[in-house]
Design a protein around this ligand. Structure first.
Ligand SMILES: O=C(O)C1=C[C@@H](OP(=O)(O)O)[C@@H](O)[C@H](O)C1
Ligand SMILES: C=C(OP(=O)(O)O)C(=O)O
Length: 441
């Protein structure tokens, strides 16, 4: 049994929910947890990261930072980190599990060592995600890199001095974020030129925000194509508070919007750099009755929803959740400019199309868009593949709550990558799940 009280590996059977009603507190942000933990380790001295996420990705970051020599202590809901400053241990093998952002951020910092190896126990997910753009930038800076054709397993050896370097931001913002964490600790700093059609601006701003929270100076052009970080700086140890998580909350809000009942979801600060905050506006545009009072968002569910067409790149980690709302809405919704969804834990365009078609929906895709025609009545009685992807599992769960008959989702334990309490949270609102033994690793 894990902390969520669920079996180690399980499928989930989602029963239709007559209504969802109650109050929840949004779980801690995934993106801020990973960033604050890393920045704390890059500082000399003790930092306290208040209210850290307890997901697999957070654990992966803590494990790797510990392997590099950071002191890691969990005190209540906080992490107390004794940093290694600019000197992570050399000659260590890190395993970031299935966490893309964790892996990439650590790969950047690995240029401070004279050798760090990276492996993953998720060869079919993280092991297939592209790392070449970051490896290229690191090697242009003078690092030695080895990889399996730009993918895991890989090895990175520094040291590097820094200077001007190009990095492609077309496939992921995480490569540039990785270099931003490294930059201040290099003698010459980094003058980053982000090339290509820059994707996921919001996480880049979260990285700038994190550097500032740890006393690091950095400046960026309006369009983020140029980010300058002076060298010879130190991260300043301190106390930071992790805000609530918008991507995971988007799935809860989509569930509440598509069922009768009422939800109050607290801990979602209004002025926040998480792009997935936009999910609230998208749901409102679709017709959801969604209001905000301070940090609390309320949804009165069961209103008819209608389709929208939106550029999804600004809220990449909420696209699956919003796709669930779209599948239950009137009309045809298109998410444009979402090519990078193909490069996540699964191919979130083709795999989503396949699973939704299995559920009887009409779905089409292009290289960089996904189009779904909603249906007022979803039959259910289907086993859907969770594709080992937490966001896909969230999408299918939201649909199951609105189907006529139960839906089984395979490998539902992968929800723990970002939102271990997802099913428990929905249960507290009145949803009903069964957790049979997993039929998918
Ligand atoms: O920087 C981050 O923490 C993240 C950036 C985004 O990735 P891309 O930049 O690859 O879109 C996002 O999807 C991921 O969940 C977390
Ligand atoms: C894509 C995601 O995460 P990562 O890239 O960090 O693996 C996600 O959380 O949806």
């Amino acid at each position: 049994m894990s902390a969520d009280g669920l079996p180690e590996k399980f499928d989930v059977i989602v029963h239709p929910a007559a209504e969802l009603r109650g109050e929840l507190r949004a779980q801690p942000s995934k993106n801020y947890t990973t960033r604050y933990l890393l920045a704390a380790a890059l500082a000399d001295g003790d930092s306290r990261v208040v209210g850290v996420a307890t997901s697999e990705d957070a654990e992966a970051m803590l494990r790797c930072l510990g392997d590099w020599g950071a002191g890691v202590e969990l005190v209540g809901g906080d992490a107390v980190i004794r940093g290694f400053g600019s000197s992570p241990r050399s000659g260590v093998t890190l395993n970031p599990g299935n966490a893309g952002a964790v892996a990439r951020f650590l790969m950047g910092v690995a240029a401070l060592t004279t050798g760090t190896a990276f492996v993953t126990d998720y060869p079919d997910s993280l092991g297939r995600r592209p790392q070449g753009d970051l490896l290229e930038a690191l090697s242009r800076l003078g690092a030695r890199v080895q990889s399996r054709e730009g993918m895991f397993p890989l090895a990175i050896s520094g040291p590097v001095r820094g200077g001007v370097v190009e990095v492609s931001a077309e496939r992921s913002s995480q490569y540039a974020s990785a270099l931003m964490f490294l930059g201040p600790l290099l003698p010459d700093g980094l003058d980053l030129r982000l090339t290509g059609n820059i994707k996921s601006h919001a996480p880049l701003r979260q990285t700038l925000d994190t550097l500032a929270a740890f006393g690091v100076q950095a400046s960026a052009s309006e369009d983020l194509s140029r980010i300058t970080i002076p060298g010879g700086q130190a991260y300043r140890a301190g106390r930071v508070l992790v805000p609530g998580d918008y991507p995971g909350s988007a799935a809860i809000l989509a569930a509440a919007a598509t069922r009768p009942g009422e939800l109050r979801l607290s801990n979602l600060r209004e002025h926040d750099l998480q792009g997935e905050r936009e999910a609230l506006n998208v749901l409102r545009e679709m017709g959801a009755d969604l209001t905000r009072e301070g940090d609390t968002v309320s949804v009165r569910g069961g209103r008819p929803l209608h389709a929208v067409t939106r550029d999804g790149d600004g809220f990449t980690d909420a696209v699956q959740a919003l796709t669930a709302a779209a599948a239950l809405a009137h009309g045809t919704t298109t998410w444009e400019n979402v090519y990078t969804l193909r490069l996540k834990e699964c191919d979130r365009i083709s795999d989503t199309r396949r699973e939704l078609q299995r559920l009887g929906l009409t779905v089409t895709e292009t290289q960089d868009s996904l189009t779904v025609t909603g249906t007022p009545s979803l039959a259910g009685s289907v086993t859907a593949d969770g594709h080992g992807d937490h966001r896909m599992i969230m999408l299918l769960t939201v649909l199951g709550l609105s189907a006529q008959a139960p839906i089984r989702i395979t490998g539902a334990h992968h929800i723990r990558k970002s939102y271990p309490m997802f099913f428990r949270h929905l249960e507290s609102l009145g949803a009903r799940f069964e957790y049979p033994e997993a039929t998918r690793a």
